[in-house]
Design a protein around this ligand. Structure first.
Ligand SMILES: C[S@@+](CC[C@H](N)C(=O)[O-])C[C@H]1O[C@@H](n2cnc3c(N)ncnc32)[C@H](O)[C@@H]1O
Length: 235
């Protein structure tokens, strides 16, 4: 399933979704040490849109299998591999001003700035307040109850330095959709299906201040919106 998730992530025609995410969301990452929480095997893909502006990034996930696949991809990464995998995305990232280097330099940065790849369960584990920003790209919705969402957001807070930012992206699904059921079976989606309002409430309950949010309709089977919120931890 994890290999299939990565394959479908890059092969399905979801370029429009990617473009919105880079332009509207990843653009907000502007420096410091980044933790991609729930990065699966695709942390380097989102990192292309911010790597030139940050010191480092780390990829955390519950799934050891996904992280193993990711480590294998990173060991082989060079300019040709990047062009081969993301040849359609790179010109777009240059057009919108998120990337200026060529594929070879970009791949070197993606390797050199990768600080760690770590198995981590945001329902159980806690961090050491070492990151300036936690990127949670469709990972925090993988919970089955509001109490678990609060646990997950508290874990995000434990990863952040005081005053650090959480950049949370989630998509609300249609209950009962076949693709959703398959994702739920592998902890790639959850049963709570929180709306943006529910996320905002959870972040505020955990002591964050919301500094930006938006809900964007998307054209994707079984999913209705792409929502994001940017929340700041107390200083
Ligand atoms: C829908 S996938 C998103 C993956 C990736 N961020 C992306 O942009 O496609 C959700 C990810 O959250 C991870 N995840 C689920 N529950 C988790 C938990 N309790 N702690 C950490 N990661 C978790 C899954 O293993 C999966 O990689």
């Amino acid at each position: 399933m994890h290999q299939d998730y990565i394959k479908s992530f890059f092969e399905d025609d979801i370029a429009a979704y990617f473009n919105i995410m880079f332009d509207r969301v990843i653009r907000h990452i502007n420096g410091g040490d980044i933790c991609d929480l729930g990065a699966h095997g695709v942390g380097h893909f989102w990192a292309m849109g911010y790597i030139e502006r940050v010191n480092s990034y780390a990829c955390y996930d519950l799934s050891a299998e996904a992280l193993n696949i990711f480590s294998g991809v990173m060991a082989e990464l060079d300019g040709a591999a990047l062009e081969n995998q993301f040849g359609d995305t790179l010109p777009y990232l240059r057009d919108i001003g998120l990337v200026s280097s060529d594929a070879e330099v970009l791949s070197e940065q993606l390797k050199a700035k990768l600080r760690k790849v770590q198995q981590f369960d945001f329902l159980k584990d806690h961090g050491n307040h070492e990151y300036d920003l936690v990127l949670a790209m469709e990972s925090l919705p993988v919970v089955d109850s509001y109490d678990d969402l609060l646990r997950a957001v508290s874990s995000v807070k434990s990863l952040l330095k005081p005053g650090g930012l959480a950049l949370n992206i989630s998509g609300q699904h249609v209950d009962g959709g076949e693709s959703v059921k398959a994702l739920q079976a592998h902890k790639l989606d959850g049963r709570l299906n929180p709306s943006l309002d529910v996320f905002i409430r959870a972040f505020e309950e955990c002591g964050f201040t919301i500094i930006g949010s938006a809900s964007m309709p998307i054209d994707f089977p079984d999913y209705l919106t792409a929502d994001y919120c940017i929340a700041q931890a107390a200083s």
